[in-house]
Design a protein around this ligand. Structure first.
Ligand SMILES: Nc1nc2c(ncn2[C@@H]2O[C@H](COP(=O)(O)OP(=O)(O)OP(=O)(O)O)[C@@H](O)[C@H]2O)c(=O)[nH]1
Length: 908
């Protein structure tokens, strides 16, 4: 069918130049200081000025991008086409046949969903496409020359939010794929907002436009109303004589015929199109006028071009439009997002999308400055390396007490000197066990150059490892390299400890650890959300135990959002994670891929326990033999509910640790203890036990408290929202050489466990359950029944209808980065081509019909959401979808606690 032509109402307020919607600047704590170190520091810039011309060109022609989308929107199908057109694969893989390159884990193939981010490097346009001069003399688009594209395929399932965040943070740009039938769905909104927290420049690709019910125009309007950005329509899908879509760019027309592999395309200019398809040519003109109008609201240069072209929109050249679009995409305050169209499955739209990736998304030096935290200060990496972000002198406490007098130690180095020693920093974003090559750690290098054999200090684990081999990965293929420069992605082989999400730094000098504060440098740090489901894991026989534990520790390196603990009483190994599917996948990985001979129990909700008041302070002295060696140490502990106060506000000058770990706060004080080496000459002070540094001392006590918190005194669930105060009085609790780390740990564990037990004779404890932030997308017709079901049958609390998706505590992982909600955009002001079933008038109200999408936001106990998808589908004739993330753990009422406990006991 041919879509009816339409009239377009020009956008009001055109050419009011871009200062309307500026987003607030990110909070960056920095003191500018023009020290003499400036020149030294500038050598450490992420993209050094000393790069040779070919190196600089290589970097400018690199795109580190990811694909973000709702599950089933077509990420894998689109990726497969990208690999095919780039010449990377000879045949097109098919998700439905299980023959794709990117979903390479057997579990992914079996389920047809993408679980882990696979990083693949390919070239677009294919290598050898080098055009240096345009015969017509006009400027060439970037896509005339071959670029290196590092594609990170991000997971689409809600259970993998954390992994989405982990892969998002290494992207310089992203393609957001929408399903042209479903439009903007709840999960798209969620991942869109997550990408916004890192200010990742994006383009949108509306896929599946060949399907019945696909509506490009409606989807474009949803982009404006639900994602709060201005869609810049760059292509129009057109149905020619019912033969299938006829794709068209607004700059040049081309015709992709169904049935072939899409490599042969017929290019037309507007004049040719006018003679072949006049109605389409008319729509293209409207789209192009709308695009120039939209860009001129935000970009002064295009306004100048427009006036140079005698105010003729159509005379503004495609090259100028692309340049303007690029400027807008790279500047998030414009809120302009280019929208492309396609049907990847029919091989249509993928090549123009690849051109858009090259032409519109940033190269590494153009990407937003990555957030770092170092020595308790946050800011941008470029600011840190240029000396603009000043890191204060390191302190003896891990979380500095605010406003307290700081003490310097002669052993601590000057932070600026230390930062000048930084040779490279990189983020490990994925750990994979490769059957042939062993454990592969995928890294994104942010500054300097990661060289073969360099010593890498892991700032999360506080240990150093050498990088014996470096690889450049091409899906399942690898090329050995000597170094991975800043802006590039590669693989380190041979690391024994690095986990997904760890920051790795290399530094000048031959010390075992880098100078402070480099030891605390974190690239785009994220918090791991609390696990809400758990299951037991049992080896098939005693002899399989070791193998199972090794496989579990590998799984944890791969995915640190999984947790392993051992139940002290039963001795059972418990594995916990973010969702049922998360644990099912972990089971598949453990048993099928890692070949552990083990079985898993039922997947259950991870309840927690919390104190209803404060305990007394209880002192324990541990005095026993551990592994044949005498150990003696003491400690005093008390517990109380963490009442929402920031733990660092509770630290004083005697505090040696104040941290929130796994939802509990741990504060350790050691009044009168001298922990700095310089102070050991001071005879009046108590010193650390021999051969023990402050980190070991702190960690031993912390581990003791954590072990006790793993088991609540009444219900045996892990403690949550609990503050443990440990006090170590050196005169009474330290016993010279007898005070070993394990003795300290045991003393802390016994004292904390006793304080928890003490709660039972006092205020008591309560069970807590995970409450989810749930966002449900339904159509108008099912709204009533879904709302009723949530609020009456599931004990949920409806928060809003059709509002901006709130970012929950666990989504807002780098919470400093979360922006204010953007002002809404009126979809009637947005240009969108008409859909086949629409009337010709654009700008008129879209009638509210039963199929109008509605969004319900609610808080619902997790227990009531188990198996909800099936129920939602039955309430909504299969159309409803939802996403959820942990909002918080809440105390349960006594009757609910009783009901859940009896259900749990009955279940065993
Ligand atoms: N009709 C049609 N179907 C498509 C198109 N693109 C993808 N599909 C189908 O949609 C389904 C999902 O596609 P995938 O590529 O696996 O989607 P995905 O987003 O990678 O899914 P996850 O990996 O599970 O997140 C498959 O059955 C595809 O064949 C398209 O353009 N048109």
């Amino acid at each position: 069918m041919v879509m009816a032509p339409m009239l377009r109402i020009p956008l009001p307020g055109a050419r009011c130049l871009g200062h309307l919607y500026r987003t607030p600047a990110r909070p960056i704590k920095h003191n500018v200081d023009n020290s003499s170190l400036q020149s030294k520091l500038s050598q450490a810039r992420p993209y050094s000025a000393t790069l040779s011309k070919p190196q600089r060109e290589l970097l400018d022609r690199t795109r580190n991008i990811g694909i973000i989308a709702h599950i089933d929107a077509g990420k894998t199908t689109t990726t497969e086409r990208m690999l095919f057109y780039s010449g990377f694969t000879r045949r097109i893989g098919d998700v439905d046949e299980g023959s794709t390159v990117t979903d390479f884990l057997p579990a992914e193939r079996a389920r047809g969903i993408t679980i882990q981010s696979a990083a693949i490097t390919f070239h677009w346009p294919p290598e050898g496409t080098e055009v240096h001069q345009n015969p017509q003399g006009s400027s060439l688009p970037r896509s005339a020359n071959s670029h290196t594209i590092n594609l990170i395929d991000t997971p689409g399932h809600a259970d993998f939010t954390f992994e989405v965040m982990r892969s998002l943070r290494i992207l310089d740009g992203a393609v957001c794929i929408l399903d042209g039938v479903a439009g903007v769905e709840a999960q798209t909104e969620k991942v869109w907002h997550q990408a916004s927290t890192y200010q990742i420049p994006r383009v949108i690709y509306v896929n599946k436009l060949d399907r019945d019910g696909a509506a490009f125009g409606r989807t474009v309007r949803e982009v404006s109303s639900r994602l709060a950005v201005y869609p810049a329509v760059c292509q129009i899908p057109w149905f020619q004589g019912g033969d299938g879509p006829f794709m068209l760019s607004t700059f040049r027309a081309f015709d992709g015929r169904e049935g072939d592999d899409g490599r042969a395309v017929k290019m037309m200019n507007l004049e040719q199109l006018q003679s072949e398809e006049p109605a389409l040519a008319e729509e293209v003109r409207r789209a192009r006028i709308a695009l120039v109008e939209l860009l001129s609201e935000q970009d002064e240069s295009i306004v100048e071009r427009f006036f140079e072209c005698d105010e003729d929109h159509l005379a503004v050249s495609p090259a100028d439009i692309v340049d303007s679009l690029r400027r807008c995409v790279l500047n998030p305050s414009t809120r302009i997002v280019p929208v492309f169209a396609g049907a990847s499955f029919r091989n249509m739209g993928v090549q123009p999308l690849l051109d858009a990736v090259v032409n519109l998304l940033p190269s590494p030096p153009e990407a937003p400055d990555p957030e770092v935290s170092i020595g308790g200060v946050k800011g941008g990496l470029r600011g840190l390396l240029s000396g603009d972000l000043i890191v204060e002198q390191s302190e003896k406490v891990s979380s500095p007490a605010k406003g307290k007098k700081k003490r310097k130690s002669a052993s601590l180095s000057d932070p600026k000197e230390a930062i000048a020693k930084l040779q490279s920093c990189a983020l490990a974003f994925k750990v994979v066990n490769d059957a042939k090559r062993g454990v592969l750690v995928y890294v994104r290098v942010y500054s300097g150059s990661l060289d073969r054999n360099s010593l890498l200090f892991n700032t999360n684990l506080h240990l150093s490892e050498r990088a014996p081999r470096l690889l450049k990965m091409y899906a399942n293929d690898a090329v050995e390299v000597d170094s991975i420069p800043a802006g590039h992605i590669g693989v380190v082989v041979g690391l024994k400890h690095a986990r997904t999400g760890d920051t790795l730094v290399s530094y000048a000098g031959n010390k075992a650890t880098p100078p402070e504060p480099l030891t605390s440098l974190q690239l785009r740090p994220i918090d791991v959300p609390p696990p809400v489901f758990f299951t037991s894991v049992e080896p098939d026989s005693l002899s399989e135990e070791k193998r199972m534990q090794e496989s579990l520790s590998f799984l944890l390196r791969e995915d640190p959002s999984l947790h392993v603990s051992v139940d002290e009483e039963s001795g059972q190994t418990l594995l916990s994670g973010m969702g049922e599917l998360h644990l099912e996948i972990a089971r598949d990985r453990l048993i099928n891929d890692l070949k552990a001979k083990a079985s898993m129990g039922r997947i259950e909700i991870g309840y927690r326990e919390s104190g209803l008041g404060a305990s007394n302070a209880i002192t324990k002295i541990f005095d026993n033999e551990i592994a044949g060696r005498r150990g003696k140490a003491g400690c005093t502990a008390s517990v109380e509910p963490a009442d929402g106060k920031d733990v660092t506000d509770l630290a004083d000058e005697h505090t040696i640790l104040a941290e929130t770990i796994d939802g509990n706060q741990i504060i350790i004080r050691a009044p009168g203890l001298q922990v700095e080496s310089a102070a050991q000459d001071d005879e009046s002070g108590h010193i650390l036990p021999p051969n023990m540094d402050v980190t070991t001392f702190r960690t031993a006590l912390q581990n003791g408290a954590l072990a006790a918190l793993a088991r609540g005194p009444q219900f045996t669930f892990p403690m949550h929202n609990t503050r443990v105060r440990l006090t170590l009085n050196p005169a009474e609790h330290l016993f010279g050489g007898d005070t070993t780390p394990s003795a300290l740990s045991s003393a802390a564990r016994q004292a904390t466990a006793a304080a928890l037990q003490d709660l039972l004779s006092g205020p008591g404890t309560a069970m807590m359950e995970p409450v989810m932030n749930v966002i449900i997308s339904v159509d108008e017709a099912s709204l009533g029944s879904v709302v009723h079901d949530i609020s009456s049958s599931r004990g949920g609390h409806i928060l809003s209808l059709d509002e901006e998706i709130p970012i929950s505590a666990t989504d807002a992982v780098g919470s400093d980065l979360v922006e204010e909600p953007l002002p809404p955009i009126d979809p009637k002001r947005v240009y969108a081509p008409p859909d086949p079933f629409e009337s010709a008038s654009v700008g008129a109200d879209i009638p509210a019909s039963a199929s109008t999408p509605r969004t319900i936001t609610a808080k619902v106990p997790l227990k009531e959401m188990v198996g909800y998808l099936k129920h939602l589908r039955s309430l909504t004739a299969g159309r409803g979808t939802f996403v959820m993330s942990v909002d918080r753990f809440e105390n349960m009422s006594a009757p609910r606690q009783k009901a859940v406990l009896s259900e749990l006991r009955g279940g065993f």
